[in-house]
Design a protein around this ligand. Structure first.
Ligand SMILES: *[C@@H]1O[C@H](CO)[C@@H](O)[C@H](O)[C@H]1NC(C)=O
Length: 255
């Protein structure tokens, strides 16, 4: 009896030591509806948090992510109203299949959206993470951690000065609330595009940043973001943190 209790206590301790804490902070002046997607193709473990929620300006929430969580993403949705036809069009941008709760299998978020991406225990037993602008930008974002690993971020609001061909959608007052990547904006032939790194441009070598329209608008504004499909060459796109450190992460909207 005693030894079973002791074993259970040890197990509980081991679990609490290895689970990660994620904190999401909304410092925007507006409500954000975060989405949280787990890539179930690479592992079944899911965080303790629902796949979508409403987070008012100034609110902070925390949840646990099991250490065997393999990969997923967090992003923000703007100007949502789920009362009719809940789904991808319930928000100005970032909306997902499902509604408030993003669908577990297909609820990844409608571009343009700034996306925090995570892979745990990836190559080299590293956490790999980034703030991706591959699908464009909608909300400034920062990912930091409690183990001294590098910050990934796009702290600048890229909406107001977004190049005209990429700007939008707009909110009901006409303000730009999203800035599409050239790929998402559909500039050029999507099947063979230097913006999307498709067709004859589908390798790092044949899809240099110089071929991506307005790459520098995104990368100069947000040097620590992952600004196009092969942005590893910048050296400031994709970040790692030794998985054995079991870092906790904080995702801040409008840092
Ligand atoms: C949400 O949409 C419904 C239906 O269009 C509308 O009646 C309601 O006022 C909207 N709510 C908000 C908070 O805008």
């Amino acid at each position: 009896m005693k030894s079973v209790a002791a074993a259970a206590a040890t197990l509980a301790l081991a679990t609490s030591v290895t689970a990660r804490t994620f904190t999401v902070v909304n410092k925007c002046s507006y409500t954000v509806w975060p989405g949280l997607f787990t890539d179930l193709n690479v592992g079944p473990a899911v965080p303790s948090q629902p796949t979508g929620w409403e987070q008012k300006s100034g609110q902070t929430i925390s949840f646990t992510v099991p250490d065997n969580w393999k990969a997923g993403r967090i992003w923000g949705r703007r100007n949502c109203n789920f009362s009719t036809n809940p789904g991808p069009n319930s928000c100005s941008d970032g909306g997902c299949n499902g509604g408030l709760l993003c669908d577990k299998h297909s609820g990844t978020g409608v571009p343009p959206a700034t996306v925090a991406e995570f892979t745990f225990q990836g190559d080299g037993n590293q956490d790999w993470y980034d703030v991706s602008l591959v699908d464009g930008f909608n909300i400034p974002m920062r990912v930091d951690n409690n183990k001294g690993c590098h910050i990934a971020d796009c702290p600048v609001d890229l909406n107001p000065n977004c190049p005209a061909a990429l700007a939008g959608p707009k909110d009901s007052s006409g303000a730009v609330v999203g800035c599409k990547s050239a790929c998402v904006a559909g500039l050029g032939d999507p099947a063979n595009s230097p913006n999307c790194c498709t067709g004859s441009h589908n390798t790092a070598k044949t899809c240099p940043p110089s071929g991506v329209q307005d790459y520098s608008y995104f990368k100069k504004g947000c040097p620590n973001s992952y600004a196009y499909a092969y942005d590893e060459s910048s050296g400031t796109a994709l970040w790692t943190c030794d998985s054995s450190k079991a870092a906790d992460y904080t995702v801040t909207f409008c840092p």
